[in-house]
Design a protein around this ligand. Sequence first.
Ligand code: ZN
Ligand code: ZN
Length: 611
Amino acid sequence: MAHQINKQLLLAALIGSVTLTQAPAVLAAAAEEAGAALSAVPTNTGKVTADRAFEQFKQQFLSALWKQDPDLAMSAGKFEDAGKLAIPDQAGRDASLAFASRWQQRLGKVARDQLSQNEQTDYVLIQNYLSGIGFYLQQLREYQWNPSVHNIATGFDAILNTEFAPKKQRLQLALARLQGVPAYYAAAMASVHLPSLEHTQLAIRQSAGALEVLGQLEHAAADAGLSKTDQQLLTRRLAAARQAVNDYVGFLHQQEADYRPQTGHSFRIGKALYEGKFKADIQSDLSAEQTYQRALAAKQEAHQRMEQLADQLWGKVMGQQAKPENRLEKIAMVIDKLSEQHIQPQQLYQTIRQQLPVLEQWIQQHDLLTLDTKKPLVVRETPEYERGIAIASIEAPGIFRPHDNTYYNVTPFDGQSAAQIESTLREYNHWVLQILSIHEAIPGHYTQLQHANQSPSVIKTLFGNGAMIEGWAVYSERMMLESGYGGNEPEMWLMYYKWNLRAVCNTILDYQVHTMGMSEAEAKDFLIHQAFQTEAEANGKWQRVQYTSVQLASYFSGYSEILDFRNQLKQELGARFNLKRFHEKFLSYGSAPVGQIKQMMRHDLARTGQL
Ligand code: ZN
Ligand code: ZN
């Protein structure tokens, strides 16, 4: 499921606000105390001294960052400056760039190799964040061609729906923030230039969300006991804010009418920017093109294996029915028939609750990883305001509140038609539902988070690498099946490959659409026939690939790098390789980019001769 909250944060940092287009799966929430004690495990006195100095550096960096970027601070759970709305104008962008180069210079003076491993990870994450600012503002320049990045909804939503302070106090912050809205949209209009048609239309639709959140604010203020003066001020500012949103929508309609394909920006970002964004976001050793080539090979391999499995299952599943020549058709028929084996809607929560101890037991009995089972994961209905595209997500407490519950949110079927429900149940059939719990919970996202939280760091929480986080979850699915989970049944493997093809084909789709001009019809045909997706799923994917880039490639990128690295080490170390130690070591670095983890593990391996 989608994670990538850090890039949303980065965008929010740069443009002042961002509208999430999908539910983030892991809400690796929010550090409360920037300056709270962080643990590092130094190996010698030199490192202790270097780590202490770096600790100070990080505290200074973070307090400068909160000031520079109140929106980023809010997303980290710090609301002190929430009354200040960052204006997306050139002065603001210049200030961001100056901030980045100032701190890059200061970071350059830190001797990275003197630091302990844990601190080196933070170093790299800060470095990547700062260089990302330059890429986003000077090269990608989304503030020009993607008008949907200009939206005030997220910040107000956070103030209204996060209980960081009593309601009255939060409303006062919202009231202060409201004052900036007209200037915000004036700056947005000055920044947008020859935008893409698709993002213009998206921005028009999403502006409804801005108006909605202003309505919520008005509603919340009605019974909050504001003073008469504040109430009047609120009424005036709300009217001005609504006017500003409506002006922006009017401006966007004009842009839409004036749009010409020859001069307007394309929603396809093109090869050069795609490579740049891939480097900034994914931070892989491989280029985007190399990753794309790997995905093509993985697709071939999956189809080959799936054909063998379909042949193996044919008689059992399809009986006397004639087998088609075309292998993709043949595979699709077996998948379709098997998908009839699914739970009923009322069994959803119970089934998932029963799966978790089974997964735990399997992992312990097969010595795959250490699990912290003291505090059970709580399976619950996804809260209303977090419901999005994803059926399931993990929601973890802030790193300084380790005693709070972690939730496995599962979205109920309320309000769906019978046909929609049936389609979802078939998609999350008997086998896929188990793979989903592996991915989201154990040993996927939940387990990874538990390990990451053993060395808590605000930096790692803020700038955690999405490709590593998603890559681990996708890797964990394969690892479980390789260990024999599911009894090596052909049904389980076939469904696994169908699920895995999502990540593989998302990568191919994203690359071909953004750099090779793949058309809508080609994209949908590809997803339906080669990735065995439903039409509804393919339609949704086409929407997403138009509005986002690179994010769809992060799952496969992380997964294939982890799998590749593990297989290399297995070969090199022979009998000295130990899967459990590999997993624990890999997870001990927190959510750092896979490439960095590889480097650090190699370094340790060279020094100690073992994992
Ligand atoms: Zn995920
Ligand atoms: Zn059914």
